[in-house]
Design a protein around this ligand. Structure first.
Ligand code: HEC
Ligand code: HEC
Length: 348
C-alpha cells in the first residue's frame, strides 16, 4: 500500500474511533428530547398523562437507577429489573412464575412492561389502578422484595450519591416515597413500544408478506375482539378457556371485586413483543406460541368458564396457526428492546 493511502486510512480509523466513542457517550446522556412524551400515530389518548410529574432527564435517570438497584429489596438482592428484564420486553425470560427474595417463587408470570400509560389497571387481576402506586406492591410483597418504603427511604438517605440525585431531580435533598414513586413512574411510563414491523406496516413504511397479511386477517377476525389494535388489549378481564391451575388456586379478578362472576378471569394482556415474553399466560403454563395457538384452536378443551367470545374462534387449522404465528412475530419491536434509554445504568 502507498504511504499516502496508509495515512488516509489511519486518519479515517482514528476519526471513526473518536467520533464513534463521542457518539456513544452522547447517546448515554439523557436529554429533554429523550423524555418528551410522544404519543404514537394511531394510538388513543393515554390514561396516565404525567400530570404533576412532568418528565425531566434528571427524574427519569433517578427512576431508572432505582429500577435497576437491589437497594429497594430487604437484603439488597432483588431489583425491579431482576424480574423485569429488558431483553424480554421487561418480562422474565423462561420463568413461568416470578422469583423473588430468598429464592421464593411467586404466584404469577411476570408481565412485560410496555405502553403502561394506556392502562387503567395493572397486574393480571387489575388489582392496582395507578402507575405511581404500582411499585409499592412488589417492594412490600414478602415474596418479592419484602421491604418497607420507610426503610428504603432510610437506606437512600445514607447514600451520598442518591442524595445528590434527588437534589438534581427535585431541587432539594429530601427523600420521600412520593419522589421515589414519581421517578419510577417516569421511567416505566416512558417505556413505549410502537415501532414493530406491524407499526411500520400500519404507517405505510413497510410491507407485509402474503403469509403475514393472511395472519393479520385471521387475527382481526378471531383475536382482535379482546387483543384490540393498536395496544393489542382492550383492558378487560376474560376467561380465555384455560383450565384452572389446581396447585396455584388463582381465581384472578374475583379476588379484587369479590364477585363470583369474575372467578378465573384475567386481564387481557397485550401481545406486543410476544416473541420475547415467553412463557405465556398468568401462570406461564405455555412455553411456546405454538402451544398457545393449539389451545385457542381446540374449543373442545376449553373450561366451561370460558367467555362466550372464545367459541367464536372456532377450530384453527394448522395453516391458520402458521399464518397467525407469522403475524404475531411482526409485533416484535427491536428498537424498544435495544433502546439505550432503558439500559441498566450500573453496567453502562
Ligand atoms: C419478584 C419479581 C418482581 C419484582 C422484584 C418486581 N416485579 Fe413487577 N411484577 C411481577 C409480577 C409477577 C407481576 C404481575 C403480578 C400480578 O399480576 O399479581 C408484576 C407486575 C408489574 C407491573 C404491572 C404490569 C401490567 O401490565 O399490569 C408493573 C408496572 C411492575 N410490575 C413494575 C415493577 C416495578 C417498578 C418494580 C420495582 C419496584 C417491580 N415491578 C418489581 C414481578 C416482579
Ligand atoms: C375472549 C377474549 C380473548 C380472545 C378472543 C383471544 N384472547 Fe388471547 N388472551 C385472553 C386472555 C384473558 C389472556 C390471559 C389469560 C390468562 O393468563 O389467564 C390471553 C392471553 C393470550 C396470550 C398470552 C400472552 C402472555 O403475555 O402471556 C397470547 C399469545 C394470546 N392470548 C393470543 C391470542 C390469539 C392468537 C388469539 C386468537 C386466536 C386470542 N389470543 C384470542 C383473551 C382473549
Amino acid at each position: 500500500m502507498k504511504k499516502k493511502t496508509v495515512a488516509i486510512l489511519s486518519i479515517l480509523a482514528v476519526c471513526t474511533i473518536l467520533f464513534g466513542f463521542t457518539g456513544v457517550n452522547k447517546y448515554f446522556i439523557i436529554t429533554s428530547e429523550d423524555v418528551a412524551v410522544k404519543i404514537p400515530k394511531g394510538f388513543p389518548k393515554p390514561h396516565y398523562r404525567f400530570k404533576n410529574n412532568k418528565p425531566s432527564p434528571e427524574i427519569f435517570v433517578l427512576g431508572r437507577k432505582l429500577f435497576y438497584d437491589p437497594i429497594l429489596s430487604k437484603d439488597s438482592t432483588i431489583s425491579c429489573a431482576s424480574c423485569h428484564q429488558r431483553i424480554a420486553a421487561f418480562g422474565h425470560i423462561d420463568h413461568a412464575l416470578s422469583h423473588g427474595i430468598n429464592g421464593l417463587i411467586g404466584k404469577r408470570n411476570v408481565p412485560a412492561l410496555q405502553n403502561l400509560i394506556w392502562k387503567d389497571a395493572f397486574m393480571w387481576d387489575g388489582g392496582v389502578n395507578h402507575l405511581e402506586v404500582q411499585p409499592l406492591s412488589p417492594i412490600t410483597n414478602p415474596i418479592e422484595m419484602n421491604e418497607s418504603i420507610a426503610h428504603v427511604i432510610e437506606k437512600l438517605k445514607h447514600n451520598k450519591q442518591y442524595i445528590e440525585e434527588f437534589r438534581a431531580a427535585f431541587g432539594d435533598t429530601s427523600i420521600t416515597s412520593e419522589k421515589i414513586l414519581k421517578s419510577l413512574a417516569q421511567f416505566t411510563g416512558l417505556m413505549i413500544s410502537a415501532n414493530s414491523r406491524y407499526d411500520k406496516f400500519m404507517r405505510g413504511e413497510d410491507t407485509f408478506s402474503m403469509a403475514e397479511l393472511n395472519g393479520l386477517e385471521i387475527f382481526r377476525e378471531k383475536c382482535a375482539s379482546c387483543h384490540e389494535e393498536p395496544l393489542f388489549t382492550d383492558n378487560t378481564y376474560r376467561n380465555n378457556g384455560l383450565k384452572p391451575d389446581t396447585a396455584l388456586k388463582d381465581k384472578g379478578r374475583s379476588a379484587i371485586t369479590g364477585d363470583q362472576f369474575d372467578d378465573y378471569k384475567f386481564l387481557v394482556p397485550s401481545l406486543r413483543n410476544i416473541e420475547m415474553t415467553y412463557p405465556y399466560m398468568h401462570d406461564g403454563r405455555f412455553r411456546k406460541l405454538k402451544n398457545v395457538l393449539d389451545h385457542y384452536g381446540s374449543p373442545q378443551n376449553f373450561t366451561p368458564l370460558a367467555t362466550k367470545e372464545m367459541y367464536e374462534i372456532g377450530t384453527l387449522t394448522e395453516q391458520d396457526k402458521k399464518y397467525l404465528l407469522t403475524f404475531l412475530l411482526t409485533l416484535t419491536d427491536k428498537s424498544f428492546i435495544y433502546d439505550r434509554r432503558f439500559v441498566d445504568p450500573f453496567v453502562q
